[in-house]
Write a protein that binds this ligand. Sequence first.
Ligand code: DC
Length: 244
Amino acid sequence: MPEKSVFLYPEMSPETKKITIAIDGYSSCGKSTLAKALARELGYIFIDSGAMYRAITLYSFRKNLVGTDFMDQEKIIASLDDIELHFEFNPLSSKLEIILNGENVEKEIRTLQISQLVSQVSSIKEVRKKLVSEQRKIGRKGGVVMDGRDIGSVVFPHAELKLFITADPMVRAERRFLELDDPSLSMQDVLQNLQQRDHIDSTRKESPLVKTEDAIVIDNSFLTPDEQLQKALELVADRIPAEK
Ligand code: DC
């Protein structure tokens, strides 16, 4: 057995039970940053469920099934069997990246264009059904940190730890603006997109974004990524059964 000191907490060893961590919250509020850091610290896998919705949106956009003012829902549903998604580890980014029908689309799914269409596509019931089933398969054995909108409410309702992340909309827009680093965009464009997505995501009929009763809220408006991580790690430590 490796030295205990390689583990974050003295009581953690390879035999320690791996829990499931569900992280939900609004767009661009640091969910993925936290999920990725938690997974790294704990030796878990991190799954960005939003990337799966974005990949289906990219596929639909390329096939001209969705655009700024139209969406062919029937055709998107009919195409779902032609869409194969999986994640592959990229040692350069040290994260799992999304593969759409054999193509790494990690970058293409992050454009503002796809961000503007993804909430619509992800409100389609059949799209959600396909992705929830795939997400559950990935998380079957625990040891997973998954972030999204319905992870604690629908995908893993029995997750040992549920976090609901939030931050001030202006703070979120500013972070996203810096991340996108696109001179053709204004802060206002980014803020508007966030507010639109928040609205659609939390009012849609199919599994809207909700804070479940057992979720713990972290408002990170004034927290550094590391402070946020430390808070979450304390919560994880409380939920991992100590070894006898
Ligand atoms: O986390 P993100 O911003 O990359 O997610 C993109 C969109 O996907 C988001 O606006 C709503 C949708 N989504 C969802 O409906 N359910 C999830 N579990 C994850 C994302």
